[in-house]
Design a protein. Structure first.
Length: 297
């Protein structure tokens, strides 16, 4: 078990899952506090890094593309106070942070987790039901329907149609843009067969955002809806393959013997040795990985 506790939050790693718990510090963004603890499976990770400064540093997790609906919906536009995959580390805790980083890196190496994109979400998205009020309206989502309700700040032409309900099955995506400078942001629901270029101010399928405190919470709604839509990288359904012919005896072929755990660890040792000799692994990385395998044996 590896753990690092900071004012910004607490991260723990048990070899299979990273648990990211936001702290109570005033610098922790509203989105992180509302999202609460995140359980990130090891197979969702592409890497981890520690950036050191004079007074404080930062731990950063890099997830595999397509693993998290929140990151997919926000497209890397979450600012640092709201990004759940960053942790501010005080300079006197750099040693703990380095140990934590090495534990995660070693596990990724031993489990041979690829860093490439995935074709299915590995995190479930924010819990439901969910309701957020920001900008010119309130958006609620229960897993099947999106409901939009307007407030006194809504443009008359949009408010005149009254509350709007959209079935998740009719949506092909979501578009979340934070307010930046003089440009307003929005959360827009993309309805099948109903393309529109109308500004969010007039679009009945969108909430306009003005950069106020609760605006980032609309990203949680975007992520919750995105998690329940088909993954954009999911492969198309393939036709069923015919079963292989049975042996002449008419009996199915027996399954192959299961690989012995000890033999699998020996094979990993050989692979690590090859990576070390080819220069992919440093001496320190090779020693850490080898020690972890020997402990398992």
């Amino acid at each position: 078990m590896a753990e690092i506790i900071q004012k910004d939050g607490t991260w723990t790693f048990d070899g299979e899952t990273l648990r990211l718990t936001p702290g109570r510090d005033k610098n922790v963004g509203l989105l992180r506090r509302t999202l609460g603890e995140l359980a990130v499976p090891l197979e969702a990770l592409a890497g981890i890094s520690l950036e050191q400064g004079k007074r404080s540093g930062r731990l950063r997790l890099r997830l595999r593309d397509g693993a998290d609906p929140l990151l997919h919906a926000t497209g890397g536009r979450l600012t640092e106070p709201h990004d759940p995959y960053q942790l501010i580390v005080e300079s006197d805790r750099y040693g703990v942070a380095e140990y934590f980083t090495e534990e995660v890196r070693t596990a990724l190496l031993l489990e041979q987790i690829p860093s490439g994109p995935v074709t299915a979400y590995l995190l479930p998205g924010p819990p439901l039901p969910l309701s957020v009020s920001a900008g010119d309206g309130t958006v609620s989502f229960d897993g099947e329907r999106v409901r939009l309700e307007w407030n006194w700040k809504t443009e008359d032409a949009k408010a005149a149609a009254g509350p709007r309900t959209l079935a998740a099955a009719d949506l092909k995506g979501v578009d979340w843009q934070p307010a930046a400078g003089l440009e307003n942001g929005h959360l827009r629901f993309l309805v099948r067969h109903a393309p529109t270029k109308v500004p969010a101010k007039y679009d009945p399928n969108a909430v306009e955002l003005w950069g106020f405190k609760k605006d980032p919470l609309m990203a949680l709604v975007a992520a919750a809806v995105q998690a329940r839509l088909p993954h954009p990288s999911a492969p198309a359904a393939a036709p069923a393959l015919e079963a292989p012919p049975a042996p002449e005896s008419g009996r199915p072929a027996p399954p192959g013997p299961a690989e012995d755990d000890h033999d699998a660890l020996l094979r990993r040792l050989r692979e690590l040795g090859e990576l070390h000799r080819s220069g992919v692994l440093t001496d320190e990385e090779f020693t850490l990985a080898k020690q972890a395998i020997l402990k398992r044996m």
